[in-house]
Design a protein around this ligand. Sequence first.
Ligand SMILES: NC(=O)c1ccc[n+]([C@@H]2O[C@H](COP(=O)([O-])OP(=O)(O)OC[C@H]3O[C@@H](n4cnc5c(N)ncnc54)[C@H](OP(=O)(O)O)[C@@H]3O)[C@@H](O)[C@H]2O)c1
Length: 305
Amino acid sequence: MTNMNRTVVVLGATGQQGGSVAAALRADGWAVRAIVRDPSGHRARSLSAAGVETVRGDLGDPDSLRAAFSGAHGVFSVQPNSGQAGAGVTNEDEVRFGTAVADIAERSRVAHLVYSSAVTAGSATGVDHLDTKSRIEAHVRTLDIAGTIIRPATFMELLVTPEVGLDRGHLSLLMRPNQTMQFIAVCDIGRVAAAVFGSPDRYVGRTVEIAGDALTGNALAGHLTRAAGRTIGYSRLSATQLAQGEVLCKLAALVDDGRLAGNAQLDALRAEFPFLLRFDRWLAGPGAGLLEEALRAKDAGIAPR
Ligand SMILES: NC(=O)c1ccc[n+]([C@@H]2O[C@H](COP(=O)([O-])OP(=O)(O)OC[C@H]3O[C@@H](n4cnc5c(N)ncnc54)[C@H](OP(=O)(O)O)[C@@H]3O)[C@@H](O)[C@H]2O)c1
């Protein structure tokens, strides 16, 4: 059977990860069914225009998941997280959504479930919105379903959002200037997921931490400076900023002990997924528009959207 005859259901296809997975699966010839809350919205319409079937559904509505999973070969599972601004979900919502997707995929006899988790999963971090992923992973492993768990590193896209201070010509993140952290381009999450669906014999039963680059804060600023054509400095979030929130302090500690910084085996990953973008290649390609937008916002004295 060719990929074209088989359907993969994609959650979150109007968002970053699901959108990249839907695009990569289509590029590999799969039929893609996206569960969307608003089929008339512009993102859902863009998916339809790209050949993706869109069906109305909601992570909180098990009947809609059951209907969408019927007859599908695979399911890509990702959930919104309480740590994301504006996501409007609690930690318990995320766990309920993630476990429901896996349970219904099992009962629907889906052949392959790919769950997108995060690098911090696998040990208790003490940060509730990170530990949700460990809880969902643990549940997935109890089920009688062929599954693969991918654990994406921090998204490169986060490096060109206003929150990090780029609009002021300065980048501030959780790691120290000479401390390394791993990152992945969102488009590569899709390409990895498509490769996983394409080679189940190789990936079923595996948990794979994925990243495309490992960079210090100073190295990030160097790449951004070259790409922007103007100086962009780097510093760790100040002690005052870190002291403002217990969670931020814990996140900084998780960078320091390596769990949030990431421990993907980059050489082995690159051999397996040769397309993985390094940060400079991402800045020159998929990230160019985002960087330009962030810099234009600085010129105009406004924050990017
Ligand atoms: N940022 C990072 O560096 C990073 C790294 C690793 C993992 N993560 C994890 O990535 C996940 C978020 O992925 P993302 O960035 O791709 O998300 P995103 O761009 O914010 O998109 C969220 C998607 O979920 C959909 N959605 C939200 N609530 C829904 C519901 N009740 N039913 C059905 N669909 C719903 C949204 O659809 P609508 O269009 O209807 O809103 C949208 O398609 C989080 O769990 C986060 O912890 C993030």
